[in-house]
Design a protein. Structure first.
Ligand SMILES: [Fe+2]
Ligand SMILES: [Fe+2]
Length: 332
């Protein structure tokens, strides 16, 4: 599959036994939307006993969680509220839209490419659905960008990765990092009152979907590790360490990307550091942001069966960093 480019994305073409969800053509109404919101946040398995990583029950229940918490919203029927000039300017000037659209474009392809390599049918189907949901995120973003007249850099063609596992690991761990900060920033944006509540409501399912994605990724990771012989496990852990090194390098701003016309695009990979100021007028320091990210992270995962593994690294790093950050003394 190397060097293949896809102008239009079709998970079913990459994974022939995957059936894409059918969505209702019309807006489902307030009650159905609220029911779907509750359903997507809560899932407790009726299976008994522990979910030992790598066991049949672990893979089955992980994938069942993912499919049964699917939220059937349809991007085409989302309403884009009219914005006052200040709110519109605030949104248009956020330096995230190019990277957000392109990240979803890459994620859908990388997840589908990796899903196609998995023999286990439940996991293959769950990862294919994850890829389908990333494509839906791209659709939501594209519609929002069009609705508010946000100019985007041209997108380079999306290319199927040569190293499918590496690309999937980069995407999965990236989502773990970005979602952790996005949960906190989204709540700051919500509390700021600077954005219309309807816009916050529109993006809420996208946020929760990212939570489900990294929940699936954490359990895929544990399941995958349990399948490996000791020597393949060592090679895999070296690969994981290299992925983290790559992501660290990328996030300290050394990575550059080119658009389809060959122009260098300076992406704000450190948006999370500067983002709180962009979505709120309140003075939020790094310590408060970390605490809020942890709180939102815990809240978003709280409704899922405790036997499913949660992503650990970002919350652990945040807790570690907080040990060196002291509360600001209030001047008296
Ligand atoms: Fe996404
Ligand atoms: Fe995702």
């Amino acid at each position: 599959m190397s060097d293949q480019t896809l102008e239009s994305f079709d998970v079913e073409r990459l994974i022939p036994d995957f059936a894409a969800p059918l969505l209702a053509p019309l807006s489902p109404g307030r009650a159905a939307i609220e029911a779907a919101e509750v359903n997507t946040r809560h899932w407790i398995s009726d299976a008994e006993g522990p979910f030992t990583p790598g066991s049949e029950i672990h893979v089955r229940e992980t994938c069942r969680m993912f499919c049964e918490t699917f939220n059937p919203y349809r991007p085409a029927v989302l309403d884009w509220p009219t914005l006052d000039p200040q709110a519109r300017e605030r949104i248009v000037s956020l330096p995230i839209w190019d990277i957000a659209v392109q990240t979803e474009g890459k994620a859908r392809l990388r997840m589908a490419a990796y899903a196609a390599t998995i023999a286990e049918p439940h996991m293959r189907n769950a990862l294919a659905l994850n890829a389908w949901e990333e494509n839906r995120h791209k659709d939501v973003l594209s519609r929002m960008v069009a609705a508010y007249g946000i100019a985007l850099a041209s997108e380079a063609p999306y290319v199927l990765p040569r190293d499918v596992e590496w690309a999937y690991l980069v995407t999965g761990f990236s989502e773990c990092i970005d979602s952790f900060f996005a949960f906190g920033l989204f709540e700051i944006a919500h509390r700021s009152g600077l954005f219309p509540p309807e816009l916050i409501d529109t993006f809420e399912p996208v946020m929760q979907e990212e939570c489900r994605h990294i929940l699936l990724f954490a359990n895929w990771l544990a399941w995958h590790r349990a399948q490996l012989s000791w020597w393949r496990r060592i090679a895999f852990e070296l690969e994981v360490a290299a992925v983290w090194a790559f992501l660290g390098w990328e996030r300290i701003g050394l990575a550059r990307s080119m658009d389809a016309d060959g122009n260098e695009q300076k992406q704000d990979n450190n948006f999370t550091v500067n983002g709180a100021r962009a979505v709120s007028n309140a003075d939020i320091d790094v310590r408060d942001l970390m605490l809020l990210c942890l709180q939102e992270n815990d809240m978003r995962f709280s409704g899922y069966d405790v036997r499913l593994l949660r992503p650990q690294t970002m919350p652990a790093l945040a807790r570690f960093a907080l040990r060196f950050m002291h509360e600001k003394k209030v001047a008296t």
